[in-house]
Write a protein that binds this ligand. Structure first.
Ligand SMILES: NC(=O)c1ccc[n+]([C@@H]2O[C@H](COP(=O)([O-])OP(=O)(O)OC[C@H]3O[C@@H](n4cnc5c(N)ncnc54)[C@H](OP(=O)(O)O)[C@@H]3O)[C@@H](O)[C@H]2O)c1
Length: 265
């Protein structure tokens, strides 16, 4: 892979500057996505529509679209110089990233029960985002990110890592609850119960937002912050849309349940 990267960039300074610009571009895309989502729901799952292209089977779509988020970083770590992978903060941050995407791309798709097919446009956008973000996060952490020697004992790293772990556990547990609302072969919807769903409609999204916000706190970079901001924009919109949808669809939907932030919102 190093020869490939050398074809693209004439020096490390040029690649680092490209990574910085990619992070700023992601922030710009997050702002544009925010404006778009004021008028439209993210078009997959219960909001899937033929307007966004032909339907791709849910399991296939999730497996293929998330795979670059794992494959691109693996190639970078295994087959490039990856000069910073011997350092503990970089190792731990890469572990967090790989832990999430191993579950998301190799486990989650095969557990889906009765998921709605994903429109091709949503699938293609998710695939592109996963490749883009996989390169951005993994290349920065494996080759460029510099942390002070005591970084892992500093409050930002410790609190960020705890947030990451708590968020990941909430996300995985909440997706497990959703999955078990359906018996094999069913495709309908029920009111989620248990875990963080007792407090909010978007428990799985809340978990993932906490997860990447924690990662950004621990990684302290514009690259990880851009990913966290993008995630919050997409998933908060989805949590609010799901909350409205549940309240319209189920008369007995719990009145005290909030959309996104327990007890508050
Ligand atoms: N980092 C990011 O930017 C990002 C972006 C998108 C998603 N994600 C993550 O990917 C995961 C899946 O996201 P998603 O948007 O597909 O979540 P979702 O809308 O909550 O759906 C998750 C799965 O559960 C099913 N489901 C949802 N609510 C249900 C209910 N009330 N009764 C029965 N089944 C129900 C869905 O089926 P249907 O398909 O039939 O609706 C789908 O298979 C989440 O963990 C999310 O955090 C991350």
């Amino acid at each position: 892979m190093d020869p490939l990267l050398r074809l693209l960039f004439s020096s490390e300074a040029e690649e680092l500057s490209a990574l910085d610009r990619m992070a700023h571009f992601m922030l710009l895309m997050a702002a544009l996505t925010f404006l778009t989502l004021l008028f439209e729901n993210v078009p997959y799952g219960r909001y899937a529509s033929r307007r966004y292209g032909f339907p791709v089977d849910a399991r296939l779509a999730w497996f293929v679209q998330e795979l670059p988020a794992l494959a691109v970083p693996l190639c970078l770590v295994l087959w490039t110089s990856a000069a910073k992978t011997s350092r503990l903060p970089n190792q731990l941050l890469l572990c967090m990233y790989f832990c999430h995407y191993t579950q998301r791309s190799l486990v989650y798709p095969f557990l889906i029960r009765g998921g709605k097919p994903t429109p091709f446009a949503s699938f293609a956008l998710a695939f592109s985002f996963c490749a883009y973000n996989g390169y951005l996060q993994a290349r920065y952490l494996s080759h460029y990110a510099e942390y002070p020697p005591d970084w892992v004992s500093r409050p930002a790293f410790i609190s960020g890592s705890v947030m990451w772990l708590a968020g990941w556990l909430i996300n995985v547990h909440s997706d497990h609850i959703l999955r078990n609302l359906r018996k094999p072969g069913e495709t309908g919807y029920r009111i989620p119960a248990g875990g963080v769903f007792e407090y909010i409609s978007g428990a799985n999204f809340f978990g993932e937002m906490i997860e990447w916000a924690g990662f950004a706190l621990a990684a302290h970079s514009v690259h990880s912050a851009a990913f966290a901001v993008f995630t919050v924009i997409v998933l908060s919109s989805r949590a609010l849309a799901h909350h409205r949808w549940y309240k319209e669809k189920f008369e007995d939907y719990p009145k005290s349940r909030k959309a996104l932030v327990p007890f508050l919102y």
